[in-house]
Design a protein around this ligand. Structure first.
Ligand SMILES: Cc1cc2nc3c(=O)[nH]c(=O)nc-3n(C[C@H](O)[C@H](O)[C@H](O)COP(=O)(O)OP(=O)(O)OC[C@H]3O[C@@H](n4cnc5c(N)ncnc54)[C@H](O)[C@@H]3O)c2cc1C
Length: 385
């Protein structure tokens, strides 16, 4: 395994850093907190700059106009972008791989507009009665001629404000458990597909989460994504990608927190010396360093595995990235806040509060820490030592 980044990867990382240092960090305080509330002009400017710097559609295959890059490049750019406490439009919601295999009319309607940055999509998997246990969902989809009729209730839809459609998981064959779940692409303006309520959470950065009702929602038969009964597998595959990407997120937030803590420790005068002269502070910075390097190498290793063998091959490692890196990132942000004393809590001046809230939410999203540990434990117990 080669531990050095290639020249191209270093160049990509440098361009992403330049973008964040020049176009984001000096300006983000004047932006709305929630990405969906950014003005169209701001979104267009940010996307244009990313395009100029070659930072768009990184992991989109070349035949679809993307750069065809791998999980490593994706992680490097996400880490740079995550040094900003505000979200940068266009980075998080890459299309699902299964969309590239869809029929042409589906690609026209749902894939290309996302690739062109004209719209986004959201997901409705979780329900009031089933979250970690996706196989326990109760929303049903019943085939009637050339369409499906979906009924049920969903929780936690995120990012709907910037999206024109939602991937909805529903039971198509209750006798088959996890193999009886399918995913449908549902236009957000379909009659019967309604927001039931907002669910304000710790951080509003990604949008307002929502509970959603589906009341006789009619969806054309061709909007079934992948195979009937293949929804659980599609979801698992997609979650592996999300989980790995959260490693990049934790890395960027941790590195920025450490940078601010080190700057403060070097410059702050206390008791006739520098704050950083005190061992208690040095140890916090050292502990941060352990955590940051562990986040980095866990994430890079998982990305390396994906780039060699695909997302399924890195399933357990992606779970480890998700469980470990989010917790380690929370520790780094918390320690850095402490190094800065009262200033660490000033949410307009410093990003720690935003980082903390986002990382804390990530502990629950895309498979909670406990569920990730279950995936790892099954692998550990099944291994020969
Ligand atoms: C901010 C945010 C955004 C989200 N966005 C979306 C979205 O866009 N679309 C979507 O579909 N969902 C979304 N979710 C839902 C998220 O995926 C679920 O919250 C998650 O899967 C956990 O489900 P739950 O909340 O129902 O917890 P539960 O399944 O009720 O679990 C409760 C707690 O018990 C733990 N637990 C569960 N089973 C076990 C076990 N066997 N052993 C040990 N511990 C266990 C869990 O880790 C959890 O901490 C979002 C959640 C949040 C908080």
């Amino acid at each position: 395994m080669d531990l050095e980044l290639t020249e191209d990867q270093l160049d990509l990382q440098r361009r992403a850093r330049e973008f964040v240092d020049t176009d984001v960090l000096p300006h983000y305080r004047s932006w709305p907190v929630t990405v969906a509330e950014y003005s169209p002009e701001l979104v267009a400017t940010l996307k244009e700059r990313q395009k100029d710097l070659g930072l768009t559609n990184l992991i989109v295959p070349k035949e679809y106009g993307g750069q065809g890059l791998g999980a490593m490049e994706d992680a490097l750019v996400l880490a740079e972008f995550s040094r900003s406490p505000r979200r940068i439009p266009g980075t998080i919601f890459a299309p699902w791989p299964v969309m590239y295999d869809a029929a042409d009319p589906i690609k026209e309607k749902y894939l290309y507009p996302v690739l062109e940055g004209k719209t986004g999509w959201s997901m409705c998997f979780t329900e009031p009665g089933a979250g970690s246990d996706l196989a326990g969902i109760k929303t049903t989809a019943v085939r009637k001629g050339d369409h499906w009729v979906i009924n049920g209730r969903k929780m936690w839809r995120t990012g709907h404000q910037g999206a024109s459609y939602t991937a909805v998981a529903a039971v198509t064959d209750a006798s088959k458990g996890a193999r009886g779940i399918s995913i449908f692409l549902v236009d957000n303006d379909t009659p019967g597909f309604e927001k039931a309520r907002d669910i304000p959470v710790l951080s509003r950065t990604w949008g307002i989460e929502e509970e959603v009702a589906l009341d006789n929602v009619v969806v054309p038969a061709e909007n079934l994504l992948g195979e009937e009964g293949g929804g659980f597998q599609i979801a698992q595959h997609q979650f592996n990608r999300f989980r790995l990407r959260l490693g990049g997120l934790a890395l960027g937030m941790s590195e920025r927190s450490q940078q601010l803590a080190v700057d403060y420790a070097r410059s702050r005068e206390v008791f006739g010396g520098k704050l950083g002269d005190n061992q208690a502070i040095q140890w916090m910075l050292t502990d941060n360093h352990y955590d940051i390097e562990s986040i980095r190498w866990n994430t890079y290793y998982a990305a390396w595995m994906v780039d060699r063998g695909g997302y399924s091959a890195a399933r357990v490692q992606a779970s480890m990235v998700k469980a470990y890196c989010i917790d380690a990132g929370l520790r780094v942000v918390d320690r850095s806040m402490q190094v800065l004393g009262g200033r660490g809590l000033a949410i307009e001046d410093y990003p720690f509060g935003d980082f903390y809230a986002q990382l804390r939410m990530c502990k629950q999203m895309e498979g909670s820490t406990e569920i990730m540990k279950i995936v790892m434990a099954r692998d550990i117990l099944g291994k020969k030592f």
